[in-house]
Design a protein around this ligand. Structure first.
Ligand SMILES: Cc1ncc(COP(=O)(O)O)c(C=O)c1O
Length: 323
């Protein structure tokens, strides 16, 4: 698709952010979350920036099989198997499925494999109530996994609900629960998303699982990426296609939701929700052009937005706007 909007990806920024994660958790191995096409950055194109991580995590078996074609690293399937046939795919492609519900264990019990090649993860629900075994079911699930002839290693993981808020002690409650149910299992452990990597060292354990920080966004409420020494991996730009001079009282765009409070100069920029720009972005949403910080005006259209250029006489058609 030939659209004028551009997402430019900086591989060096991802490499830098991987180093930030490793420095923050020097005793742990790094399982980088690269699901959803590396958080929209284009997994095959950015893969070389993940050389220094120990393993890669995707959501589905389908993503994992595609990733195996281009990577020799360990690959963890965070949502695990959705059908019994996925087990054979996991052994064939050396994928590490996460077991998070009992039906998956039933499929495994009925599956006979000649090889004991399967490295698996057991997901503990320590309080997020999304994926994972309830605390009182963890030990039994661990035994069922480790007793299976095809399984050669079981590691345990959990996921934090509120780690982006360092004043919320729910994270400590979750860690306590995770430690209690895994204390007697001889298994590597993992709990740390990006927020835990940077802000909760007690959650590092054997493996950390950073995602969003690797792409240069702060995982914390109220903190910027810069505050944590992270570099943005994506720069989203689009050109100005029209400059309009509006009178006080003119309404701009769909729904006439923005009414000019004074005479204004507007730039119409060639990007919209058809390009993935959020349709609900409001009028405070910033945009940058020629060193000026400005903001959106009116509703986001399918392939256009308007920005305020009042007073910026140095801006012209085809100038690049950073969004
Ligand atoms: C199981 C699991 N681990 C790690 C991550 C990475 O989290 P974050 O992007 O907040 O670092 C995710 C992201 O959704 C996840 O689902």
């Amino acid at each position: 698709m030939n659209r004028p909007a551009r997402a430019t990806i900086d591989l060096e920024a991802i490499r830098h952010n991987v180093k930030v994660a490793k420095r923050a958790a020097p005793q742990s191995r790094v399982l980088a979350a690269v699901k959803a096409d590396a958080y929209g950055h284009g997994l095959t194109r950015v893969l070389s920036a993940f050389e220094e991580v120990d393993a890669l995590a995707v959501a589905s078996v389908e993503e994992a099989v595609a990733l195996r074609a281009v990577s020799d690293k360990d690959i963890v399937v965070l949502q695990g198997i959705r059908q019994p046939e996925h087990l054979a795919l996991c052994t064939k492609h050396a994928l590490q499925p996460v077991f998070h519900q009992s039906q998956q264990l039933d499929w495994l019990s009925r599956w006979s494999s000649q090889d004991s090649m399967l490295s698996v993860w057991l997901k503990v629900d320590s309080g997020m109530h999304r994926l994972g075994f309830d605390l009182d079911a963890v030990e039994r699930a661990f035994v069922r996994l480790s007793d299976h002839a095809a399984v050669n290693r079981v590691a345990c993981m959990t996921h934090m609900a509120c780690a982006d808020d360092r004043s919320d002690d729910y994270t400590l409650q979750q860690l306590k629960a995770f430690e209690r149910v895994t204390a007697d299992l001889s298994a590597p452990r993992s709990a740390a998303n990006s927020a835990c990597v940077l802000g909760w060292p007690q959650a590092h354990y054997d493996w950390v699982r950073p995602g969003i920080m690797l792409y240069g966004a702060s995982p914390f409420i109220g903190d910027t990426a810069q505050d944590w020494g992270l570099q943005p991996a994506m720069r989203l730009t689009a050109p100005i296609v029209a400059i309009k001079h509006c009178r006080k009282g003119d309404a701009v765009g769909y729904g006439r939701s923005w009414v000019c409070p004074k005479p204004m100069t507007l730039g119409v920029v060639a990007i919209g929700y058809g390009d993935g720009y959020p349709r609900h972005a409001n009028n405070q949403t910033p945009a940058w052009v020629k060193g000026h910080t400005t903001h959106l005006v009116g509703r986001v259209s399918m392939d256009m937005i308007a920005i305020d250029l009042t007073g910026y006489t140095d801006v012209s058609i085809d100038d690049e706007v950073v969004l």
